[in-house]
Design a protein around this ligand. Structure first.
Ligand SMILES: CC(=O)N[C@@H](Cc1ccc2ccccc2c1)C(=O)O
Ligand SMILES: [Mg+2]
Length: 374
């Protein structure tokens, strides 16, 4: 496969409603979209970095910069062109390994190269990754709200839309009360979990253990990203399974966290771990240890969303993911909208991602484009 160049495009999309988490409130999404142009096909990649480094150290401008100055020139080099010609997307992670971190940028470019390669082969992401289902159950992530009644209204709307699992964002001062209210209103059978996005410390262990009475599926990333030992200690002090998100940045860190007892479940996000191929490795590792995994979300457009749905169809993804329909976050997506039907989302079957940006819709949200020729 001969890479001719990559287009870097920034798009700006308003959210249908403010999305508040323990690290801030988002009202819009500023997204870096990549288009890899090869002799045989074009491939699309989505960088999940936020505008500000509040979820991880990456932020959109930093990922555009590291792509422009380091990652793309490496792929454009004689070594890079030769390796990609020989091995396609499988060569990308190894070529980029010398550059530390910036996994969201690496994930985006590997995804674009993989999409081009698969479109040329007429093979879907699902088939390539090992999907075993043609639809996946969809969960939904619910932000922090200003009042409990408002939260309950929003949760009711998602349950009516058919979502199979509710995830509540929590932070100190907004945890036991909203969880109790949702249980009280919607009953004990609704699959329910919480996500703290690192907002607590081990000093909150006794308080967090009070969540055990609500029979939650899991508590996601209660402590800060690097506090692996803290999560292992917390796991010994509460019954609710610990799920890690921000802490798991590779198969290697997943192996360490599992062995240390820091997590019993993993939220897999391809952008966070450096790509869909690394994501599959983490899936395989977790399965070998008997751990359930599920697919997390980063408010992706239909491009990243389609790829995530394909990943979520792998056998070890036994818990509903934050895959959600396009309209959970966006009034208008840049692709055909991803929709929820009977609580599930269909795995795209077309070549590559199986979805393609609609030019007029993409142009309407584009704030800049830049062509990097190889
Ligand atoms: C669906 C969900 O809860 N995602 C992240 C948090 C998150 C929240 C807000 C975001 C805004 C812009 C980009 C990424 C974002 C990720 C999580 O699981 O921890
Ligand atoms: Mg999370």
């Amino acid at each position: 496969m001969k890479l001719r160049g990559v287009e870097l495009r920034r798009i700006s999309m308003p959210l249908v409603s403010p999305f508040r988490t323990s690290f801030g409130t988002q009202t819009g999404r500023d997204i870096l979209i990549l288009k890899a142009v090869t002799d045989d096909a074009e491939g699309w990649g989505e960088c999940v970095a936020m505008t500000d480094p509040l979820y991880s150290s990456e932020y959109a401008d930093s990922q555009a910069d590291v792509l422009r100055r380091f990652l793309l020139p490496k792929l454009a080099s004689a070594e890079g062109r030769d390796a990609v010609a020989r091995s396609g997307a499988a060569a990308v992670a190894g070529l980029l390994h010398p550059f530390k971190g910036h996994r969201m940028a690496k994930a985006a470019v590997e995804m674009a190269v993989l999409d081009a390669e698969l479109r040329a082969l007429g093979r879907s992401f699902g088939r390539e990754l090992g999907a075993v289902a043609d639809r996946v159950p969809s969960g939904v992530s619910v932000g922090i709200h200003d009042t409990v009644p408002h939260l309950l209204e929003v949760v009711e709307g998602y349950l009516d839309a058919g979502y199979m699992r509710i995830k509540l964002k929590i932070e100190p001062g907004w945890d036991l009360v909203p969880v109790a209210a949702v249980r009280e209103r919607f009953g004990a059978d609704v699959p329910l979990q919480v996500d703290a996005n690192t907002a607590y410390t081990l000093r909150d262990a006794r308080h967090l253990a009070r969540l055990d009475e609500f029979d939650l599926l899991l508590i996601e990333q209660p402590l800060e990203e690097e506090d692996v030992l803290g999560h292992a200690e917390l796991a010994r002090r509460m019954a609710t399974p610990i799920c890690l998100d921000e802490s798991i940045v590779s198969a290697q860190t997943a192996a360490a966290a599992i062995t240390l007892g820091a997590c019993q479940i993993i939220n897999i996000k391809p952008g966070r771990v450096g790509g869909y191929l690394e994501a599959r490795k983490i899936h395989d590792l977790a399965a070998a240890h008997g751990l359930a995994v599920w697919c997390g979300g980063m408010l992706e457009t239909g491009i990243g969303r389609a790829a995530n749905v394909a990943l979520a169809a792998l056998p070890g993804f036994t818990l509903p993911g934050d895959v959600s329909a396009s309209d959970r976050f966006y009034k208008t997506d840049i692709t055909e909208p991803i929709v929820i039907e009977d609580g599930h989302i269909a795995v795209p079957t077309g070549p590559g991602l199986g979805v393609t940006p609609i030019p007029d819709l993409l142009d309407a949200v584009t704030t800049s484009t830049e062509w990097i020729a190889f």
